[in-house]
Design a protein around this ligand. Structure first.
Ligand code: FPP
Length: 256
């Protein structure tokens, strides 16, 4: 508790990332280390999910996106996929009250239509119920893949028969972004990946263009508020240049 408070005090709340994206990795290895089935790791991963949401909401971070299930994850053994879906439904069902109490708004990015009907129904209900909340925006990436998302955006644009050659020529980043599943959500400024791997795994490829990347060996079920604070403190120590020189960036940062 004391460690948490000390770390939290080091955070400059006037320079919080507007959006933190998280790749929650290491559940399977955590369970195996304990001689258990992989689903045991996923179940304990829910504890870490709660910690991160609570920490982000308390700090006043506007958005958190959690990579809960990728398009590629469908290839996992049937029992694991089924276990994860069941866990998702039961967690959403039991946590909606807490989301409401804490003014948290739930959103989902990904191919919702590919989810089992009961999972999609539970999610849609929770999204609907929390839609007027004004606090933390909690985004779950489910059956999500960045290449799928980018391709879908291209298809949506191409399907518009009213577009002239000039419209296509003038297509810009902000128009393109409106066709992504994250439309209206600011790009993540910080990506956290647990579990020791240092890769992006088809997660928010467009949106992470300028994000700071934070990798930790901590396995997801062990991830706590203190780890989250450490990532934010590390983020605040970075110089973000957006392609500019260090001097230019420092001038801009001073103005902000
Ligand atoms: C990756 O670890 C984790 C997942 C694919 C699932 C994450 C799901 C949860 C934490 C549960 C519920 C989430 C919510 C939002 C309610 P891995 O299985 O790839 O681990 P490994 O690399 O050790 O095998």
């Amino acid at each position: 508790m004391k460690i948490n408070m000390d770390l939290k005090k080091q955070i400059d709340t006037s320079r919080l990332p507007v959006h933190v994206a998280v790749i929650m990795d290491g559940n399977g290895r955590w369970a195996k280390q304990k001689g258990n089935q992989r689903i045991f790791g996923h179940k304990n991963g829910v504890v870490a999910v709660r910690e991160v949401i609570e920490a982000a909401a308390e700090l006043g971070i506007p958005y958190v996106t959690l990579y809960a299930f990728s398009k590629e994850n469908w290839q996992r053994p049937k029992t694991e996929v089924k276990g994860l879906m069941t866990l998702l439904v039961s967690t959403i069902h039991s946590e909606v009250k807490t989301l409401m109490k804490n003014n948290i708004r739930l959103c989902v990015i990904g191919d919702i239509d590919s989810l089992p009907k009961n999972v999609a129904a539970e999610l849609n209900q929770a999204i609907q119920q929390t839609s007027n909340n004004t606090g933390l925006g909690l985004v779950l990436a489910l059956s999500y893949g960045a290449r799928w998302e980018i391709l879908r955006a291209v298809k949506r644009i191409a399907a518009d028969k009213n577009l002239s050659d000039a419209d296509i020529e003038n297509l810009d980043e902000s128009t393109f972004e409106k066709h992504l599943s994250t439309a209206g959500i600011p790009d993540p400024e910080l990506l956290i990946r647990t579990g020791g791997e240092q890769r992006i795994s088809n997660f928010l490829l467009w949106q992470l263009s300028y994000a700071e990347l934070f990798f930790t060996n901590t396995l997801w079920p062990d991830f706590r508020k203190s780890h989250f604070y450490e990532a934010i403190i590390d983020f605040q120590s970075r110089e973000r240049r957006f392609g500019k020189t260090g001097e230019q960036a420092q001038k801009l940062n001073k103005k902000a």
